[in-house]
Design a binder for this molecule. Structure first.
Ligand SMILES: [Zn+2]
Length: 311
């Protein structure tokens, strides 16, 4: 029995062709005509602007020149990364966990245009056991506008985390889902539909004036908050992929200290991100013991592993 979150039918619905290309760092411009996007083929690497066609409504792709092949997201990942089916399922599941949940293949569109910031402020409970377990104090939670959401809808049963654009304007909330069934099905995090996640660097607006001595980069907002309690400037990628925008911001800061999760995905991402940033700035990496995230560490451990790099 394949676990629900590794089920291909589910993954094909959840992950768009565009997300796979973005994750791979494919930046070639795509032209939209009706329901289709056209561009050079990212697989065989030609420069014919009409070689590669994506159907947005069907979430399918086809290369009409060099590859003369096509298929769905599964086939695209297999060809782009040379992964087998099991690895492909695991990879798509990590992308699905960061994909806006209400987006289905039938409503797929280029993300940026459809997103409307949600600027209203929600009433959140900052004094909840889940945050205490993460050792995030109510004061920090209120400062970061984080807490349990008691209403229904998209953030039901979630710890909500307010998101801001790079200038600090609120744009909505992400939800860390606490319902185990939903986590199994959709992953831990929920993001607002259409959120241009690749244009966000979580907490950047708060640290941009005081990162002279460098910045810590983690995957999740919890790591950022834990480090903030120790007066250490940090940002979160909201996942394991470094977008072009995030890359541009980080390459101007020195040093950049990568402290991603201590799982395989985090370690592989560390290698990738390090090599992307290293030509431009000083990069250090902190490897956490297998299975540990930054927010699993004690305050003492966090400050001792980070201190050498920033101060
Ligand atoms: Zn091709």
């Amino acid at each position: 029995m394949i676990p629900a979150h590794l089920n291909f039918a589910h993954l094909k619905r959840c992950v768009s062709i565009l997300t796979v290309l973005e994750a791979k760092g494919v930046t070639t411009p795509l032209t939209k005509r009706g329901d289709q996007l056209f561009g050079p083929c990212p697989l065989h690497g030609g420069d014919n602007p009409n070689a590669f066609v994506i159907s947005l409504s069907k979430n399918l792709w086809r290369c009409f020149t060099g590859c003369d092949a096509g298929g769905d997201v599964v086939e695209l990942v297999r060809r782009l990364y040379g992964k087998n089916y099991r690895q492909t399922a695991a990879f798509l599941a990590t992308l699905a966990a960061t994909e806006p949940t209400s987006q289905t293949a039938s409503s797929l569109q280029p993300l940026k245009k459809s997103f409307r910031p949600f600027t209203a402020r929600l009433h959140l409970n900052a004094s909840v056991p889940w945050l205490r377990q993460k050792r995030i104090t109510p004061t920090t939670a209120r400062r970061f506008e984080v807490g349990a959401y008691q209403g229904g809808g998209f953030l039901k049963e979630c710890i909500a985390v307010r998101l801001h654009d790079l200038d600090g304007h609120p744009i909505g909330y992400a939800g860390r889902c606490l319902d185990t069934n939903q986590v199994k099905q959709y992953g831990k995090w929920k993001f607002p539909p259409g959120l241009p996640k690749n244009k966000i660097l979580y907490n950047f607006h708060r640290i941009k004036s005081w990162h002279r001595k460098g910045v810590l980069v983690v995957e999740c907002p919890w790591g950022v908050m834990r480090l903030a309690q120790l007066n250490i400037p940090a940002v979160a990628l909201l996942g394991i992929h470094l977008s072009a925008v995030q890359n541009d911001l980080l390459e101007k800061i020195s040093p950049v200290v990568l402290m991603l999760d201590g799982d395989r995905a985090g370690q592989e991402a560390t290698v990738r991100i390090r090599s992307a940033l290293e030509p431009y700035t000083k990069v250090y990496t902190i490897t956490l013991p297998s299975g540990l995230d930054p927010d699993d560490l004690s305050d003492e451990a966090l400050s001792s592993v980070t201190r050498h790099f920033l101060f």
